[in-house]
Design a binder for this molecule. Structure first.
Ligand SMILES: N[C@@H](CCC(=O)N[C@@H](CS)C(=O)NCC(=O)O)C(=O)O
Length: 218
């Protein structure tokens, strides 16, 4: 049995959770907070971050590594990463756009969801960087109907997990969605939001966000 350590506020935790659910791979969730100082946590993830995937007492870090591992070992159909090399490369490229170009700017404002406030200069700079990354995404994404083609892949898990929270935070801060600057993306997110496993992950995230907001208000 796989054990996914982390917390459902985290987009990277939700990326792995959604990928495993969609691939039909059994796992249990273990509520664990990140720590850069606790030796017991650093033994699981030397970078002090969540998520962590526990496999028979061994620990994997980095969300894409976890889904690559699950895909190799469990060989789900459809695959989280297709066999054909260019199709696999596209899944990894889209995952990289999301994880390396959308998440870093968006991460600066995620805490608006639990009540933080930011300067207008910071919000404007974040908006600019997110929209640039999303226009880049629009140049390669298939939306046919999934982000890399015909089947759900790791790229969809990465995209939904980061874009849902990014969209929510930017709407709260600037009153409009950044998704519109990537043609096909708003419709894709609507389609994804109807999927039962996406609904399940979203419910877990909403509950964790509500709890976070309540903690800050008390
Ligand atoms: N590249 C990592 C990123 C993981 C990450 O950034 N995790 C965040 C939560 S979404 C975290 O643990 N942050 C705690 C911290 O920065 O101290 C992955 O893909 O797993």
């Amino acid at each position: 049995m796989l054990r996914l350590h982390g917390f459902p506020i985290s987009n990277f935790y939700n990326k792995v959770k959604l990928g495993l659910l969609e691939a039909g791979i059994d796992f249990e969730e273990v509520r664990t907070g990140p720590s850069r100082t606790e030796e017991s946590f650093l033994r699981m993830n030397p970078m002090g971050l969540i998520p962590v995937l526990e496999v028979d007492g061994r620990f994997l870090f980095e969300s894409s590594v976890m889904l690559e591992y699950a895909n190799t070992v469990f060989q789900p159909t459809p695959a989280l990463i297709p066999r054909e090399p260019f199709a696999a490369a596209l899944v990894r490229e889209i995952t990289a756009i999301i994880d390396l170009h959308v998440d870093p700017p968006a991460r600066r404002i995620y805490d608006v969801a639990t009540g933080s406030t930011y300067s207008s200069e910071l919000v404007e700079s974040v908006r600019h960087d997110i929209e640039f990354a999303l226009r880049g995404l629009g140049r390669v994404a298939a939306f046919d109907p999934f982000i890399a083609g015909e089947h759900f892949t790791m790229a969809d898990a990465a995209a939904w997990a980061t874009l849902a929270i990014t969209d929510q935070c930017m709407k709260e801060l600037v009153g409009r969605s950044p998704l519109a600057c990537c043609r096909g993306l708003p419709e894709y997110m609507t389609m994804m939001n109807e999927r039962p496993h996406v609904k399940k992950v979203a419910r877990g995230q909403m509950a964790a966000l509500r709890a976070g907001r309540m903690r800050r208000e008390t």
